[in-house]
Design a protein around this ligand. Structure first.
Ligand SMILES: C[S@@+](CC[C@H](N)C(=O)[O-])C[C@H]1O[C@@H](n2cnc3c(N)ncnc32)[C@H](O)[C@@H]1O
Length: 538
């Protein structure tokens, strides 16, 4: 059942590519899913391995019980069984027994340890409880329990705690995995190519005719750079003025359908996420709803029509709400964005990574050379850093569950909807989404505005912005008051880079740096931060 890994990274990647290409021919095969899971695991991606091991588990159920894909799964299992045992006259009972024993055991043997390695302890514990004792060697089960307990103790920061006193429901489920431009991801464009820049600038023309997207040089943010030493620059994208812009002048108005709401739908426009009370107070709108499901509401006919044309039909009548712990609400907003991206992709019949709202956003991937950095077999993640939040619930279970409700065949559509694709979408959203809290201080809405999010950050910004349904940018009338080395006036000159702000710029330097570090990937080294930090230390 388990394939022996080839030795080099390249060989293993080639092996994986063959399996990925074969999925369309064998979408319901349990052994194929297990081979995929094993290939991911051998490359240092336990998260992706868990995704296919979970699909193998689902296929065992499909094969054994009357489910939607029972016939397909049984036929695939019969073929696999025949290939394995060379027996031409197998009967259905034998095949089902094989799926329920040997295949199920192999699926758990990948799923449980991989989830523990990824920090999804609640889910791992749930699966561990479900394993029939007759299926697996007691020693193996005990070793899983042991590694789960030791991770749990590490999380609780205590060796002496009685783990039986903690309910599984209270176990942590969130860990981190590699944040990576996967070597096989051929959907990511060369963002610096003239084609990409032309596309982005055509889009920019619609929302900000005086601005353009160009290649910018940005500092790599690390410990050394935060002291102003050894700053190394890399190429990224940024937004620049095409002509002089006066102080106070509005320069960008962008509306996005890539939005997410974490509470009841009648508070916010489902499409643009404007507060419905704001929309009706300001402009006398009456709220509209979807005529079919009457479960989602819109601030205007325009938003209603955009939703119906671009994403809502795939989600009409699909209940996506879930109960979450207060500590997990912020993460739920990213899942909402993922669900919206899947609905946009389904309605428009495009790959989710090819959506215009998604394709050009940078996922803040680690950027390391895998040939140099990846140490195969040296640990679950092959010595590659893990900076992308991951949980079984958010990165595997929920997306598959919603896709099933959307009537998407999760086996046949693996090339569009797979764990690595969900991870890539999350990586993009986590670096670019704006969020807003409700009155109770809990995150409530979020959105990705693909043009706005190309603007880089400075604590001495030349623009400011407001987000209420649409996002608006205007040139600041007053600049921040601090002792600049080079004096500046408000407004932008042709060729100036537009600098937005990712944090409250009224805060003192340490707090600003802390707030912005999530979105920046490190401590800000803009001239103001460097100057104020030096003053603070004197
Ligand atoms: C919202 S994106 C901005 C657009 C991005 N430069 C691009 O190429 O798409 C945020 C990312 O840009 C980079 N960035 C933005 N402002 C920066 C700054 N002041 N210093 C260093 N990196 C910055 C960080 O990598 C951050 O994760």
């Amino acid at each position: 059942m388990v394939t022996v890994p080839s030795h080099t990274l390249q060989e293993r990647l080639e092996g994986l590519a063959k399996l990925q290409a074969g999925t369309l021919d064998d979408p319901y095969s349990i052994t194929h899913r297990l081979a995929l899971a094993n290939a991911y695991r051998c490359l240092g991606y336990p998260d992706l391995a868990a995704g296919d091991a979970y699909k193998a588990l689902l296929l065992v159920d499909e094969c054994a019980e009357e489910g939607e894909f029972h016939e397909e799964a049984l036929e695939a299992a019969t073929n696999d069984y025949r290939d394995r045992n060379g027996s031409p006259d197998e009967d259905t009972e034998q095949v089902v027994l094989w799926a329920r024993s040997s295949c199920l055991k192999s699926a758990y043997e990948i799923l449980i340890p991989c989830l523990i390695q990824c920090g999804s302890l609640r889910s791992a514990a749930g699966f561990l409880k479900r394993v029939p004792t007759s299926l697996m060697d007691e020693v193996i089960l005990a070793s899983y329990q042991e590694s789960l307990d030791s991770k749990l103790r590490l999380h609780l920061n205590s060796q002496d705690i009685d783990l039986d006193s903690i309910s599984i429901e209270d176990y942590p489920d969130k860990g981190s995995v590699r944040r990576e431009l996967y070597p096989w991801n051929n959907h990511e464009p060369d963002r610096f190519s003239s084609d990409a820049l032309r596309f982005l600038n055509d889009e920019m023309e619609h929302v900000a005719p005086k601005l353009e997207v160009k290649v910018a040089q940005l500092p790599i943010l690390n410990e050394a750079s935060s002291h102003g030493a050894d700053v190394v620059y890399v190429k990224q994208l940024g937004v620049f003025a095409k002509e002089d812009i006066s102080p106070g002048e509005e320069i960008l108005t962008e509306k996005s359908l890539l939005t997410g709401i974490s509470r009841l739908h009648d508070f916010y426009c489902d499409a643009c996420s404007i507060s419905l009370s704001d929309a009706s107070d300001d402009q006398g709108f009456t709220t509209l709803s979807c005529e079919e499901c009457e479960e989602v509401f819109f601030c205007s006919q325009e938003c209603h029509d955009l939703a119906q044309d671009n994403y809502h039909p795939s989600l009409c009548g699909v209940v996506t709400e879930q109960k979450v712990k207060p500590s997990e609400v912020a993460d739920i907003l990213y899942t909402r964005l993922l669900i919206r991206a899947m609905a946009l992709a389904e309605t428009q019949d495009v790959h989710p990574l090819e959506l215009k709202e998604v394709r050009y956003i940078w996922g803040d991937y680690h950027g390391l050379d895998l040939a140099e950095r990846c140490k195969l077999d040296s640990g679950p993640f092959a010595a590659v850093p893990q900076t992308l939040a991951f949980s079984f619930e958010a990165n595997i279970l929920k997306p598959l569950h919603i896709l099933e409700k959307m009537d998407v065949n999760i086996y046949v559509q693996s090339h569009r909807y797979d764990t690595w694709i969900f991870n890539t979408l999350y990586a993009k959203f986590r670096g670019t989404a704006s969020g807003r809290q409700g009155l109770d201080g809990r995150p409530e809405i979020c959105a990705v505005h693909p043009m706005w999010c190309l603007a880089n950050h400075s604590c001495d910004p030349n623009v400011t912005w407001e987000w209420n349904g649409t996002i608006r940018f205007w040139a600041r009338e007053q600049l921040v008051n601090y002792e600049r080395q080079v004096p500046r006036q408000p407004g932008l000159k042709k060729g100036d880079e537009v600098f937005s702000h990712y944090c409250d710029i009224r805060l003192p330097v340490q707090e600003r740096r802390e707030w912005a570090s999530g979105a920046l990937g490190g401590l800000c080294v803009c001239p103001r931060c460097v100057w104020e930090d030096t003053q603070r230390k004197q």
